[in-house]
Design a protein around this ligand. Structure first.
Ligand code: ADP
Length: 610
């Protein structure tokens, strides 16, 4: 008879290796074998009961240990599964935390949440801007995405749509796969889906979407996995809410940016300076034209009082808002820019209401040009009235006298009278030409026709005229014939010389010298022409003014007649040649007018004509 301990060995081995049912079978088998052994080899009544009892005890203990071991293993496994779910949930949560928009959320669902849920198929439906964004994936390999109107969703993924409508989760085991628009892949297509879970994506009370998972294994829908899927759905709900908030903010921002762009475009498209004033008269906004008018950048203008720029009249006028409130909407004021330039402006102003507050919109039109044209017109009327009348009445008087039948004119007197008519008619012609050229100059500048000319020839062509003008003066002309050629308009430069000589003769006493001379400038490539007299001279403050249209130095004895346009034209003509004109003088000490014109041989050096 074998020792009972041999029969205990397989029991213990089964308990360690094969688990509790195998241990039980091994125990019973050992007992049976032992019984057969006892029967075969005879009974030893002393040890058999103890042996049987020992064997039963060993089998029992082995069974208990094996089943405890099993429980421990299954608990450990469950804990591992839970830990792995938790880990997967954390991964999905972390990805969702960074999702900025619905597209990213959809991506995370298919690439991370579906595998994390161990699902074979995933379906996500989200409500976006009145449409349904539907996406499906199978083993993350294929994603179909489309946006459709909710009303046209009759053939959509039905269980998901059902949850989308009702908000109720669906847990279904043993279902067959739905017909898909496109097979996910060949192997997936052949599989039978045996469990399905659909969970709503909710924001507050409203259902914003639904997540669908389909599994091969129905055990995936056990209680713990359901909890896991609910946690995933909750994370998606929060992520969608965040994304929608971000999107709403972005839309609001871009809308307000678009409104700002529209407002600025409108504001800047106003050609005239435009400012928006607060009710206290401070500048709230301005356009580019306003920055030019006030000589200050937008940032510096903002917050400044409009009154700062106003040149106040003798009576302290009310502020702009005060005038607007009192019903004025069009008035003229003078403003001075930060750079010092003053300008008359016409103000069109209106109160406007923005965001419930009252502002004043003022459009300021610089009317300097209009003012100077008005001045030009006034002065021209006065000048024409005075200057044109004299020759016309002379001509008229002589003509009437000559045609009067009662007087018999001798031939000499008649010739003199006719010559006077001729001179006065010439004077009229010059006057009218000067006036027309002045208007042209004011409007669009003078055109000159430059060609190589000899200054000696130009002065020579005017010689007779100059001599007549300087009758009674000591005229000295020093314009050498061998001066290099200048590139000028022959007629116009002749006109400048005549004009300067005429002025010298008008404003210098008889008998004094008048010098006309020309020479090449030591520096540069110009010739300088000078007309020098020893007349009444010009004060420093008048030396610049005399070149402005119609300006005449107040003349106490008013002996010299004139129009006040000669020097304006002279400057216009010289500057049109690229030259410069100026005067050096002192009161009572005569005047030296100089101007420069370009040399022709300048083009030899540079190779091109300027
Ligand atoms: P006009 O001589 O017809 O008045 P101009 O434009 O030629 O007009 O000259 C403008 C003013 O400049 C004159 O009215 C005169 O007061 C002053 N002026 C010009 N030339 C001289 C000069 N050589 N000497 C003194 N004053 C002058």
């Amino acid at each position: 008879m074998s020792l009972p301990v041999f029969y205990a060995v397989p029991v213990i081995w089964a308990a360690r290796r094969l688990g509790s049912p195998a241990t039980l079978i091994a125990g019973i088998t050992s007992l049976l074998l032992y019984a057969m052994d006892v029967i075969w080899h005879g009974v030893d009544y002393e040890i058999v009961p103890w042996s049987v009892a020992g064997l039963i005890l060993v089998a029992y203990l082995a069974y208990v240990i094996a089943s405890q071991q099993e429980q421990l293993v299954s608990r450990t496994l469950a804990a591992q599964v839970n830990a792995s779910r938790l880990y997967r949930l954390q991964l999905v949560t972390a990805s969702l935390a960074n999702a900025q928009n619905v597209d990213e959320i959809v991506d995370i669902f298919h690439r991370e949440a579906v595998p994390a849920a161990r699902a074979q198929f995933g379906t996500l439906v989200l409500r976006c801007a009145g449409m349904l964004a539907i996406s499906e994936s199978a083993d993350t390999t294929i994603q179909l995405r489309e946006e459709v109107a909710e009303s046209s969703m009759a053939d959509g993924p039905q269980p998901v749509l059902q949850t989308l409508r009702t908000g109720t989760p669906i847990w279904m085991a043993l279902v067959s796969p739905p017909e898909r628009k496109q097979p996910a892949n060949d192997s997936a297509n052949g599989d039978t889906v045996r469990a399905r879970a659909v969970l709503p994506v909710t924001i507050g009370e409203s259902i914003q979407g639904a997540l669908g998972f389909e599994f091969r294994d129905p055990q995936e829908l056990d209680e713990r996995h359901q909890l896991f899927l609910e946690s995933i759905a909750l994370q998606f709900s929060q992520a969608v809410e965040r994304a929608m908030l971000v999107e709403t903010e972005r839309l609001a921002r871009s809308e307000s940016q678009a409104a700002e762009v529209r407002y600025r475009t409108l504001f800047e498209s106003v050609v005239d300076a435009t400012v928006l004033l607060g009710s206290d008269g401070t500048i709230v906004d301005s356009n580019v034209a306003a920055t030019r008018l006030f000589g200050m950048a937008h940032d510096r203008l903002r917050g400044m009082r409009f009154q700062t720029f106003r040149i106040r009249g003798p009576n302290d006028a009310p502020s702009l808002p005060e005038r607007i409130v009192s019903g004025e909407d069009l008035f003229e004021i003078e403003v001075r820019s930060a750079l010092g330039a003053a300008a008359p402006v016409e103000v069109h102003a209106r109160p406007v209401s923005l965001d419930g507050e009252t502002y004043f919109l003022a459009v300021l039109r610089d009317i300097s040009d209009r003012r100077s044209l008005e001045r030009l017109r006034r002065e021209m009327i006065a000048m024409v009235g005075h200057e044109l009348k004299t020759p016309i009445s002379t001509i008229k008087g002589i003509a009437s006298g000559l045609s009067y039948a009662g007087i018999e004119w001798d031939a000499k007197t008649k010739a003199e009278l006719i010559s006077t008519i001729e001179d006065e008619a010439d004077r009229l012609t010059y006057l009218v030409t000067d006036l027309l050229d002045t208007i042209r100059l004011e409007l669009r500048g003078l055109q000159v026709d430059q060609e190589p000319c000899s200054l000696a020839e130009i002065v020579g062509s005017r010689r007779r005229e100059i001599e007549v003008l300087c009758r009674g003066h000591d005229l000295q002309v020093d314009v050498p014939g061998d001066l290099p050629l200048v590139k000028v308009d022959f007629e116009q430069i002749g006109r400048v010389v005549t004009n300067l000589v005429s002025n010298a003769a008008k404003y210098a006493p008889l008998g004094t010298p008048i010098v006309v001379r020309a020479d090449v400038e030591p520096v540069g490539s110009t010739v300088r022409v000078e007309v020098i007299d020893q007349g009444i001279g010009i004060s420093p403050e008048d030396q610049e003014r005399i070149f402005t249209t119609f300006y005449r130095v107040p003349n106490p004895d008013r002996s010299a007649s004139g129009t006040g346009v000669g020097l304006t034209l002279a400057r216009g003509i010289v500057e049109a040649h690229g030259g410069r004109i100026w005067v050096e003088s002192a009161v009572g000490r005569g005047a030296a007018f100089s101007f420069t014109v370009p040399l022709v041989n300048e083009m030899v050096g540079s190779g091109q004509v300027r």
